[in-house]
Design a protein around this ligand. Sequence first.
Ligand code: GUN
Length: 298
Amino acid sequence: MAMNAPASRSNLIDGKAFAENLRKQIAADVTLLKSNHGFTPGLAVVLVGEDPASRVYVKNKAAQTVEVGMASFEHKLPPTTGQAELLALVKKLNDDPAVNGILVQLPLPKQIDPQAVLDAIDPAKDVDGFHVVNAGRLATGGEALVPCTPLGCLLLLKDRLGDLSGKRAVVVGRSNIVGKPMAQLLLGESCTVTIAHSRTRDLAAECRRAEILVAAVGKPEMVKGDWVAPGATVIDVGINRIPMPDGKGRLVGDVAFAEAAKHAGAITPVPGGVGPMTIACLLKNTVTAGCRQRGIKL
Ligand code: GUN
């Protein structure tokens, strides 16, 4: 009699399902914080201007904040807002005990220096993890708030692979928001980390050495299928809209998914991979920040 084939785990990493689960856990934590500590964590999101993509992000952030039982404070300012006015709002939010996390949506209008605004956010409330104090703490092994997208990637990797210690990881991209913190997180898990970028010689060869390959370059399908070592775990951070004749466009990642999936042991799709993890990790960071501010151990 033929043996049943063992149930094989798909090589697809379902970020949408993982993020849903994470939000359920966060909702359970928030319920506990309310009942045991009389504490409702609160997230303030600031949007300056009318950028359509930013409006959608902010709307989704606010909706998911409320869905997990937290307080959401939305501040929508006109595109003509000056830097002093925005800095005054940040100061008000820093001083407001009901606000545990502050996110100022980027990009900001031209008249505002984004660095000045990020520098003004209280590092204890910096749920984006963009403040230099948090970047420094992450780099030196301190108690940081970690940028949401790389944190989401790390959670997916640990869920799929368990212990990452000793693994060869290649991060393609060196941005302050994804590439650099991703590399720090992987180093913190005792991976052997390479950061590759636009000036890297023979990028394909660097990628082929990776057991863990994280692509965060913002270039549609730049990482080719034959750059992926057999069995490697591939995390695709890219979200690129390719114009299509229907006018709607198609979303693709930084990895040529169909080819790469033939080689990879596991791979995130776009959409439905890393994307949904970012807001879930923002909510997680807000709970973390609030608990630290109040000295609560969850
Ligand atoms: N704009 C696009 N993504 C982000 C993000 O993660 N944080 C902020 N503050 N702005 C963004």
